[in-house]
Design a binder for this molecule. Structure first.
Ligand code: ADP
Length: 164
């Protein structure tokens, strides 16, 4: 079965990467979809986010079934175009649940043949988000352990550069 993992990934965190690694083991293939979220103003361009995800995934040993796409339109339409039957999302805490329930229900109403399946966050990453990474870096803190090692310098350069 093929799945997709849509999100904003501004930038990808270790929490996202953990979901990618776990989902890649459950499904035959996983398409990571960078989707526009009108509620969020992004710091990294879509191309930058794609490169950062690809670089992070490339460093995962034994993961060879993940592809990264810059999506557009409705997630269910994009998933269908790729032949994905499942939408993967992550849940960190109860606070994520309401939003995720709303999204999953809307997607179910739009396309009943695509199921949303949730992965619960690993406790180490349950308080980690892209916005935490952005805030810590912008204020001169260390993002070690928050973003994948191979992209840390690049993420830091962009986020601290933004401060100047
Ligand atoms: P979106 O704007 O679509 O919510 P995000 O990039 O913020 O995009 O998140 C994509 C998905 O990954 C969401 O389902 C979110 O709950 C999940 N997620 C984000 N951070 C983590 C984390 N640390 N652990 C597990 N899941 C996470």
């Amino acid at each position: 079965m093929k799945a997709c993992y849509p999100g904003t990934f501004d930038p990808i965190t270790n929490g996202h990467l953990d979901i990618i690694e776990r989902a890649s083991k459950v499904f035959d293939s996983l398409d990571v979809l960078i989707m526009a979220n009108p509620a969020k103003k992004c710091i990294f361009s879509e191309e930058e986010r794609k490169e950062l995800i690809e670089q992070s995934v490339a460093a995962l040993p034994d993961v060879h079934n993940v592809r990264v796409h810059i999506g557009s339109g409705l997630t269910v339409d994009y998933a269908k175009k790729l032949g994905d039957q499942v939408i993967v999302r992550g849940i960190r805490a109860v606070s994520d649940y309401e939003y995720e329930l709303m999204q999953a229900t809307a997607n179910q109403m739009l396309n009943d043949s695509i199921e949303t399946l949730f992965f619960i966050a690993r406790p180490t990453y349950s308080f980690l988000s892209s916005s935490v990474v952005r805030e810590v870096a912008a204020n001169g803190g260390s993002i070690r352990g928050m973003v994948p090692g191979p992209i840390r310098e690049r993420v830091l350069a962009k986020l601290t550069g933004n401060r100047r």
